[in-house]
Structure formats: C-alpha cells, structure tokens
Write a protein that binds this ligand. Structure first.
Ligand code: SGN
Ligand code: CA
Length: 497
C-alpha cells in the first residue's frame, strides 16, 4: 500500500488532471480499478492514518485530530495480518505519536518529517539519511522487501511525506514546470458569498502564505515575513531556517542557484494586487507539482522492482493519499474542509488475480474501506466491528447495492493550524449537507451536479425543505449507524487548548 501525504486527485492524470502527467499511478489505475468517488472520513493526516489502520471512525479509534495520541494497543490491520502469517512493515510517514505496533519492521519519519536529509526512527533507533526523502523512503522500502523472510506473504505500507507542505522539490526536478503557466482554478478569487463564516474565517489562503517558508523568497535583511501561514503569530523566516539548516553545503548551493534569481526577479518586479496573488499561485503549484513528479517516478521504481522479482501480478497494490488538498480552489491550500477537493482522494488498486483491468467505479467509497479490502484480498476474515466494507467485489457494473451517503466529521478547532471550524456532514452522489458547530451554528447545502465547485450554498431555500429534511434524517441515521455520540455544542466561546 502506497500512501502519499496531501496528494490531490487534481494532480493525478488518471483522474483527468490538466496539471501533470503521473504515468506510474495511471498505470495502477488503468491495469486495475479506479475509484472516482473515494473520500476520507476526516481530512487530516493522523486521523486518516488511524482510520486506515483500524477500519474505524475517529470517534471510535480515538484519534480525532493531530494533537491526539494513537492508542497502539487496539486491533489494527497489520496486527491481524501478522497473526495470519504475514510479514508486515511500514516505512515513511507515521505521525501517530505512539510507536508502530503490529509491524515486524518499521522505519518512520519523526512527526511530519523533512524533505531533505531526514531523521528516521528504525525500530527505536534514530538515524539520519542524506538525500531527498521521497527517494530515501522508496529505497528503504525496496531494501525492506529484499530482506523480508522468503517463506511468508507480506504487507508493506510505504508512506511518503511528499507532497505535504512546504513543497520542497528534489534538486533534480527544480524548474521542471518553469516553461508552463499553470492555469489557475476558476475559484482562485472566491469571495465566499452565500457560505457560512467557516469558509470566510479560515487561515489557509494562498495570499497569506509565508514568504520565506512557503514561497521560498529570500526576504531582504530585517524584513518581517508578511504571511501568517496558517500559524497565527508564527514567523515564516524561522520555519524556513529549520529546513535550510538541514541542507548540506552542496545542496544549499544548488537550491540557492535556482531560487535566488526567482526571488531577485520578484523583488525587482514587485507585483501587487491580482498579479501578486497569481505569482504566489504559480510558485505554489510549481513546487507542489515538482514534488508529485518525484512521487510518481519513485512508484515507477517500486513497480520495476516488483516486476523484476515476479511479484507484480500476485500482489495487491493500492495507491492513495491521506486526504485531498486544495490547489488554489477557493483561494486555498491545505485541506480539513468537507468540500470536494480535500474530502476526495485518489484511490486506485491493481491486482490482476482478483481485479479486472480497466475498471472505473463510481460508488461512494471511503478510506474506512481499505482495511476490510486488504483483509478480504488476503483471505482473512474482517472483524465485525470494523466499520468499512471490502471494495474487492465492487466492479464498474454492480454500482447499485451500496451505501447511499458517506459520513464525515472534522474536529481540529480552535487549536491547530488554519482555523477550520468543527463540522460534520453527509455527501450523497448528488448532494452535500454540512453543519459547522462549536463557536458557530451554520448549515451549508450543495447540489454537486448543478454546482460542482460548491459556490452556491442552498441551505434555507423554501423549495428545498423536503430535500433538506431527508438529508438531515439520513445524516442522523449515519451518526447512529456509526455510533458517533460526539456532543455537537454550538455557542462555545473561543478558547485555546
Ligand atoms: C503542519 C502544516 C500545516 C498542516 C498540518 C497538518 N504547517 O502543521 O499546514 O495543515 O501540518 O498536516 S507547517 O508549517 O508545519 O508546514 S497533516 O497532513 O499532517 O495533517
Ligand atoms: Ca496529510
């Protein structure tokens, strides 16, 4: 199972991306099944990983937001596989605070990890590796496969840090997107009219990115970073120093040789207004896509390895991301919201023995379904208390008998980055109903068919009362079905934890 961090569907070509070609991910989809409607239950890193490991919602597995600690004594996918005779390993991003359990081998980044010369904790011992993290994690994964016991089936979780913020490309990919002007999304200059205060009061707008850390600008001596970067009171210069000081001298030289002229040119032209926003978008998207390029290239390495070892066709290979991401839609980066860009994930699976090639499925599926899917494909019974369902039997033709709506719940507020308010909701194939609560009490309703960009909140329209009522009933039922008894208080005074 390959999982990246913050990889939007919109930057995967098998999902129709106009921004980038990802031939290796595409191959997995083309030679297997692509899920067009795959979603997370809670669009944040730690929570998504906990859902995947347990097959249970955040309110059941206990990991609601990135400040939680994963209870590593609970039953997880790798533990069940281990008991069934599998060799289990995880390499790369972990981000669950407590140490991995249920793995015969683990080698993980500390917290978010870094893009260059990462510190990794290998079975408890910290080691620093020199190089670009996306390459390093792949190399470690291949070494792990090489060293595995030959007499056992295996389950490897390969978790990249990329393309997570702050989008530092591999040195060899610097400039890969320089010759193209990437078209900005039509909602880059969204005014949030019709929506609740939750959409207006977030702190994840590209225009407020840190100059030093996000946009890689070399600010004049003494200048304060004008961005907030989603960390109120944070200093982009300090954030950047942490990354910069990790470079070797040779890396610094190559890095600076690329970004210094860009930075000089920026200060010479000194753009403002719309031109400044567009400049920021281009810088952001080019760095982001360069990171994705390396992710895809490394998947190519993994596939070539599996092929050379005769493992390609008898292995279930899954590609996904821990959540989606905003690539300028609504003027944003980051995730968290139940809006399409962060709610949706790329999800492709290749397994010629059990999955027919060339399928495109439209069922409403979730990251909750991954653990049951892996277990079923390994021929291991799925525990009754797992809340997802195996996707293995789904094909592009049996889309009828399936869940009619997915349930979502996001919690990281008022502490944490980016100020996205607590909310929960339901998404059906056509509609989405969201309730923002805590210091607010606001509903949003979207018709995704008429309004795929979710610009037109229909909540409160008289003519939609019947629809709204039925969605509210369905939402209540989902909360019951999944046993979410979280108190949904409104009118809370803002306080920090
Ligand atoms: C860091 C990032 C945020 C990001 C969170 C969570 N800031 O705090 O932008 O939303 O991680 O991301 S940074 O200044 O440290 O880059 S998650 O994917 O791990 O949930
Ligand atoms: Ca993430």
């Amino acid at each position: 199972m390959i999982m990246t961090d913050d990889h939007a569907k919109n930057a995967v070509s098998v999902y129709g991306s106009k921004l980038i070609k990802t031939p290796n991910i595409d191959r997995l989809g083309d030679e297997g099944i692509r899920f067009e409607n795959a979603f997370v239950t809670n669009a944040l890193c730690g929570p998504s990983r906990a859902v995947i490991l347990t097959g249970k919602y955040s309110h059941i597995n206990g990991f609601r937001d990135n400040n939680d600690r994963f209870d590593n004594t609970q039953v997880t996918l790798p533990k069940i596989l281990q008991q069934a005779g599998y060799y289990t390993a995880v390499v790369g991003k972990w981000h669950l605070v407590t140490k991995p359990t249920g793995f015969d081998y683990w080698n993980i980044l500390i917290d978010q990890g870094t893009y260059y010369n990462p510190d990794l904790v290998q079975m408890g011992d910290t080691i620093r590796k020199e190089g670009y993290t996306t390459d390093i994690i792949t190399d470690l994964a291949l070494q792990t496969l090489d060293a595995r016991p030959a007499d056992k089936p295996f389950c490897l979780m390969l978790h990249q840090k990329a393309p997570h913020r702050n989008w530092m490309p591999n040195l060899k990919d610097l400039g890969a997107f320089d010759s193209v002007a990437i078209p900005a999304p039509s909602t880059l200059f969204d005014d949030y009219k019709t929506r609740s205060a939750a959409a207006r009061e977030q702190d994840m707008e590209i225009r407020n990115m840190f100059y030093a850390y996000d946009l890689k600008l070399m600010m004049p001596e003494g200048m304060k970073d004008p961005g907030t970067g989603g960390h109120a009171g944070g200093d982009g210069r300090k954030f950047w120093q942490m990354d910069y000081q990790r470079f070797t001298e040779a890396q610094k030289k190559q890095w600076d040789a690329y970004y210094k002229p860009i930075s000089d040119d920026f200060y010479k032209k000194n753009p403002n207004g719309k031109a400044l926003e567009e400049w920021k978008y281009q810088r952001y998207i080019k760095d982001y896509l360069s990171c994705v390029r390396s992710v895809d290239e490394n998947i190519g390495k993994l596939l070539a390895y599996l092929e050379s070892k005769n493992l390609l066709d008898n292995t279930l290979i899954i590609y996904t991301s821990d959540q989606g991401f905003f690539l300028g839609e609504h003027g944003w980066y980051d995730k968290r919201f139940m809006y399409e860009e962060s709610l949706g994930i790329p999800l492709v699976m290749r397994y010629p023995e059990k999955i027919k090639a060339g399928q495109v499925n439209h069922n409403l599926v979730m990251n909750l379904d991954i653990a049951p899917t892996v277990l079923e494909s390994a021929g291991v019974p799925v525990p009754a208390d797992m809340q997802g369902r195996s996707l293995l039997g789904l094909t592009s033709t049996n889309e009828g008998q399936w869940r009619k709506g997915i349930y979502y719940h996001y919690y990281e507020f008022p502490y944490g980055a980016h100020k996205v308010k607590k909310h929960y909701g339901i998404r059906t194939d056509r509609y989405k109903l969201i309730h923002f609560y805590n210091d607010i009490d606001a509903w949003e309703l979207y018709d995704l068919k008429a309004d795929p960009h979710e610009l037109n909140n229909l909540y409160g329209r008289k003519e939609l009362q019947t629809l709204t009522d039925s969605l509210k009933t369905a939402l209540k039922e989902l909360r019951l079905q999944y046993s979410d008894t979280t108190k949904l208080e409104t009118g809370a005074k803002l306080k920090s934890r």
